[in-house]
Design a protein around this ligand. Structure first.
Ligand SMILES: [Zn+2]
Ligand SMILES: [Zn+2]
Length: 96
């Protein structure tokens, strides 16, 4: 029998991934993912990354991109903080 692993394709950028697990890893940083939210990689809050409520580790923290679903599972802050890069860019245009 053919035991070749099934390839799954990223539905955002079309990149083929050898397994569901690789796909899940890829989607976390997929450049074409329209719904990724940038958050602080220490506290996983968007409000921290946006500079509204800094966490204790924010000085050395970086950023990480999360899906709304992942953030929803953590329930760390109100969903109104969660903005995609596109939404942030749009609001920055308005401010300037
Ligand atoms: Zn992708
Ligand atoms: Zn933080």
């Amino acid at each position: 029998m053919n035991t070749e692993p099934q390839t799954v394709t990223c539905l955002y950028c079309g990149m083929p991934c050898p397994s569901m697990q690789t796909l899940e890893e890829h989607i976390k940083s997929c450049p074409s993912h329209p719904m990724l939210i940038t958050v602080c990689d220490q506290c996983f809050r968007a409000s921290c990354w946006q500079g509204v409520f800094y966490c204790d580790k924010s000085k050395t923290a970086g950023t990480v991109k999360k899906t709304r679903r992942e953030l929803n599972e953590k329930r760390l802050e109100h969903p109104s903080w969660w903005k995609t890069d596109h939404e942030i860019a749009m609001s920055a245009v308005r401010v300037m």
